[in-house]
Design a protein around this ligand. Structure first.
Ligand code: SF4
Length: 236
């Protein structure tokens, strides 16, 4: 019997939940049992951060409201609310929370009183998981009262060769695709995913789920070490 976890979800924990309910439960209740992060994974995170900063320059002069630490998310949400009320032209890392789900959006743009969302990915193509990411963000942002005129994913142009000795041409480096219709079509799927994740977090025990192909799709689960060590417990 374990302590019940207070429900508090984010885009990444919902994606984790869609991959595996057991992974969500372990992450929220037994975070310390995660596998150590590899150098390759850390390098991917760092690259994602660098690309995000570069893409912000496509919309210069924005106000960055990213939290200094996870303890400061509420301040980011309040800062976002204020800037939205002022129709501030560009907001970086805009924070929203609705239905116990917190999301940050890379770039939120206000043009002629209408709002445009941009999420930046360091990949060269748009995956199904990125579309689910965007669908979660769309749901939380619109439930927070911001009507989005469009939602686009900015990603890396595979055909562009980065110059070695001069700054990259950002308008060549990045591609932009509207995913508005797709994320709208995914809203009932996301609603169900939130419902399922909450049910998992309100339960009293680790979900009994065997290892399989899902452990590496879409991401390599960071509880594989734990599950390998405890695989025999599923037989009882
Ligand atoms: S290793 Fe596989 S079964 Fe275990 S928590 Fe992760 S995804 Fe779920």
């Amino acid at each position: 019997m374990f302590l019940k976890q207070k429900v508090n979800l984010s885009k990444s924990t919902l994606i984790r939940s869609i991959q595996c309910q057991k992974s969500l439960y372990l992450y929220k209740n037994f975070f310390h049992l995660r596998d150590k992060i590899s150098k390759a994974q850390q390098a991917r995170f760092d690259r994602g951060h660098d690309i995000g900063s570069l893409a912000q320059q496509l919309f210069p002069g924005g106000k960055d409201v990213s939290p200094k630490s996870p303890r400061h998310y509420q301040q980011s949400i309040l800062a976002t609310e204020y800037l939205v009320s002022q129709q501030y032209p560009v907001i970086y890392e805009a924070a929203f929370k609705a239905d116990d789900v917190l999301v940050l959006l890379d770039i939120l743009v206000c043009k002629d009183g209408k709002w445009y969302a941009y999420e930046v990915k360091s990949s060269k193509k748009i995956s199904e998981t990125y579309l689910q990411d965007a669908a979660i963000q769309y749901r939380v942002i619109t439930q927070s009262g911001v009507n989005l005129e469009d939602f686009s994913i900015i990603y890396v142009n595979a055909a562009y060769e980065m110059p070695e000795e001069e700054a990259a041409d950002l308008h060549q480096l990045f591609l932009e695709t509207s995913v508005l219709e797709t994320v709208r079509a995914k809203q009932s799927f996301i609603e169900e995913a939130i419902h399922t994740a909450k049910a998992t977090l309100y339960s009293d025990s680790i979900p009994k789920i065997s290892m399989g192909e899902h452990c590496d799709r879409p991401y390599t689960c960071d509880f594989k070490g734990y599950c390998l060590r405890h695989s025999d417990e599923l037989d009882h």
